[in-house]
Design a protein around this ligand. Sequence first.
Ligand code: NAI
Ligand code: 15L
Length: 273
Amino acid sequence: PAPRTVLLTGAAGGLGTLMRNLLPAFGYELRLFDVRPIEGDPDAVTGDLTDKKAVREAVRGVDAIIHLAGISLEAPFEKILAANIEGTYNLYEAAREEGVDRIVFASSNHTVGFTPRPRGNTPLDSSKLIPIDTPRRPDTFYGLSKSFGEDLAQLYWDKHGLETVSVRIGSCFPEPTSVRMLSVWMSPPDGARLFHAALTAENVGHTVVYGSSANTRLWWDLSTARALGYEPQDDSEPYAQKLIADQGELDPENIAHAYLGGHFVNDPPIWPY
Ligand code: NAI
Ligand code: 15L
């Protein structure tokens, strides 16, 4: 049966706030979890992913989990280790112990951030789109932690039959705010559609997908996402003219423009630009 009660970790964050507003329309009852209190929701659980007991209690009784909590940008390794690596392990272990069948994991384009961005006329010929099985090339400790999460998901599928859809999210914000985002933007309504597809598709095992809208300037292959039943409705193209007029086209000589991961490849700065 389709999941009904869903634990949303990271519910106080940017994406969590967008999703807790959009997902109830698909029929889900959300249980909210975050280390930061969520104003206006007395049922929200305030807890830290590093607290195994708190995580186990949060997971108990839900049908599925959307795992957004964690550090969402580059940070010192020790912080990433606690929140993203140990925290995600604690969540998977709690899910296994409580018999939760499926997790939708907020992975990131930064697992493959050091992949050179494809060049050419847009829309790109499909043979130039970055495939989902391109070798992982994390651009940060942050991206490395998301690669760990994808491998953890694979292990829990192979060993314990716990299913995951790992969504390598591009940029999910109300509007694209950079020229790079024209290629990787996921509109919030498309994000909700993709999470819904990831929760309801049958027999996903561990499936990895890129998460974006159907952007004219798309860099990656959305076919594994579409195979879940995801039908993106949005395209960043209406924002293109103004963003390019304000910021200029991506410059191949600029290190922060040359790779899929954008400025993350140079955070902290390793090359002057
Ligand atoms: P955010 O930083 O706004 O939200 C993350 C939330 O996780 C925060 O509310 C924070 O309090 C919570 N959190 C952090 N450490 C925690 C811990 N130890 N225990 C419990 N909660 C903790 O990030 P955003 O943008 O909402 O992203 C959500 C998730 O999606 C993150 O995992 C991020 O890496 C991933 N993602 C987001 C993208 C985007 O475009 N927004 C792109 C790619 C991935
Ligand atoms: C991410 O993984 C971040 O969490 C998000 O804040 C954006 O920076 C996004 O990637 C991006 O690549 O634009």
